[in-house]
Design a protein around this ligand. Structure first.
Ligand code: SAM
Length: 296
């Protein structure tokens, strides 16, 4: 099980890293981007890697052990980037990176419940200590809230039908597994729409994952803090994997630019080359946007 980092060269080219820089990888994961960044800031630089998944931090620690004197790996949510950095005495940094979404390591572990492609418990929490799982949402939310989540975060055309069927099925027995939910999605779809390129469960799983992990709220909170802790000419890079995230990043960067806080470096998002997509299908929807801090 490996996680291939996406747009690595593009991240390095655009973050403008210098030897000795202090950088934050808000989504350290298995450490793919961090490793590259460390190669550019070592030997004097320092990298702070944040992740809300304790299991993944152990993998990052192993993968980055060559640079153990240059790294601090912190368990926590990037929405708390300010207090996490404060806890190790850091006030300002030269670059902040986000590579959003789940890691392949999480996606490919059936017990984490992120994927409809293998059977597992309906979980989807990136932080195993979080209070609410996908099971809780699917089995307890009122129909209209389920529908709202599926429609807003999944942009799911059949959100109403799926929410209705979930509510019907859970009266008989709790919906406990990814396989059962995936079947419900397929059953709620009109017959002809069930066999298209995109599996009927795709958008529901995306929607529930976003809701369980409060992904969009956390991103907005974190960006506002990250832009404040950047040094002048420090760069903020964000890789998004779906249009909801990308819209937030685009609009947030525009707002910062209008407040003369940043200069936008990527007028259009940077997308992976065909070769990268062929090597790593997960890169297909990746979009990188970068902004540079203008004044502290
Ligand atoms: C796409 S992976 C990052 C992969 C990493 N760039 C690499 O090269 O291995 C996203 C990681 O971010 C973490 N994550 C997502 N949202 C987070 C949040 N709000 N706070 C902290 N970590 C988060 C996930 O647990 C996951 O490990």
């Amino acid at each position: 099980m490996v996680h291939k980092p996406v747009l690595v060269e593009e991240v390095i080219d655009n973050l403008n890293l210098q030897s000795g820089d202090v950088v934050v990888d808000c989504t350290v994961g298995a450490g793919g981007h961090s490793l590259k960044m460390l190669q550019h800031i070592a030997p004097a630089g320092r990298l702070i890697g944040i992740d809300q998944d304790r299991d993944i931090l152990k993998i990052a620690s192993e993968n980055l052990k060559h640079y153990k004197d240059n790294i601090d790996l912190l368990y926590g949510n990037f929405k708390d980037i300010d207090s996490l950095l404060k806890s190790i005495g850091i006030k300002r940094v030269d670059a902040v990176l986000y590579d959003l979404g789940v890691s392949s390591l999480q996606l490919d572990t059936p017990e984490r419940g992120f994927s409809f492609k293998s059977d597992g418990p309906l979980d989807m929490r990136m932080d195993k200590a979080a209070a609410i799982s996908a099971f809780d949402l699917v089995n307890n939310l009122p129909r209209y809230e389920l529908r709202k989540i599926l429609s807003r975060y999944g942009q799911e055309r059949y959100a109403g039908k799926i929410a209705n069927l979930i509510v019907e099925k859970r009266k008989i027995a709790p919906i406990e597994s990814t396989a059962v939910l995936s079947h419900i999605a397929a059953e709620a779809y009109p017959y002809r729409a069930r066999f298209t390129r995109i599996h009927p469960a795709t958008r529901i799983f995306q929607a529930l994952r976003i809701a369980v992990n409060s992904e969009l709220d956390n991103l907005e909170t974190s960006l506002d803090k990250a832009v404040n802790i950047l040094n002048t000419q420090g760069r903020l890079g964000v890789i998004a994997f779906h249009s909801l995230e990308d819209r937030i990043i685009k609009n947030t960067f525009k707002r910062y630019a209008s407040e003369q806080l940043v200069k936008i470096i990527t007028k259009k998002p940077i997308r992976p080359e065909n070769k990268e997509i062929a090597d790593n299908p997960r890169a297909r929807s990746a979009r990188l946007r970068v902004a540079e801090k203008v004044k502290v």
